[in-house]
Design a protein around this ligand. Sequence first.
Ligand SMILES: *Cc1c(COP(=O)(O)O)cnc(C)c1O
Length: 221
Amino acid sequence: MPVNKTAYLSLKKELDEKQVTLVAVSKTKPIEDILELYQLGQKDFGENYVQELVNKASQLPKDIHWHFIGHLQTNKVKLIVPFVQLIHGVDSLKLLKEINKEAVKSNRVIDCLLQVHIAQEETKFGFDEAELENALKIKYNYVQIKGLMGMASFTDDMGKVRGEFKTLKRILDIANQPQTPIPKLQTLSIGMSSDYKTAIEEGSNMVRIGSLLFGERTKSD
Ligand SMILES: *Cc1c(COP(=O)(O)O)cnc(C)c1O
């Protein structure tokens, strides 16, 4: 399926007006598709699989900002730390610690988002509210927690999706209250092709959009 340039240009305009960052999710899509959007000015791309990201990054322009949006295994952290722009799905203290360790070696401060478990489904990764509070208290010199990331339930029930986004926004606002001794979280990464409008209405300022731009994927994720 060809890249939908018209969809890209109108989406980009819509998001720019709302000051929402677009992460173009290019997982499973070829280098040529990424280059097509890059040539239209897109700089932020998201990938879910470490090896695929490393392969693509080595073949594409160096000024692309790579976002890792998948579930990151600790033994693969070292492969992306040297170049990654933002790691979205940090879902355990063990992972945070490993990112810090590898960041020291690369002498780079790595920006991260903590993933919060907002969906009802059991299979989704992420911290719950209490764990998150704990995680935000820990200071790592080479990790900067920039905000939160979440994924809503896989459902057509937009009321349910909206409720889950509201929950995450509330958690973010609580974490940002000035009286709590924690860093300021500026980024709220919620919203995909099917629910980004709802996510923005609920406070998202970073959306991760794949199929709307690149067409449907054949793989299920
Ligand atoms: C695949 C994926 C997306 C993009 O999904 P689309 O429905 O294609 O827009 C966003 N976020 C994560 C974490 C993903 O895995």
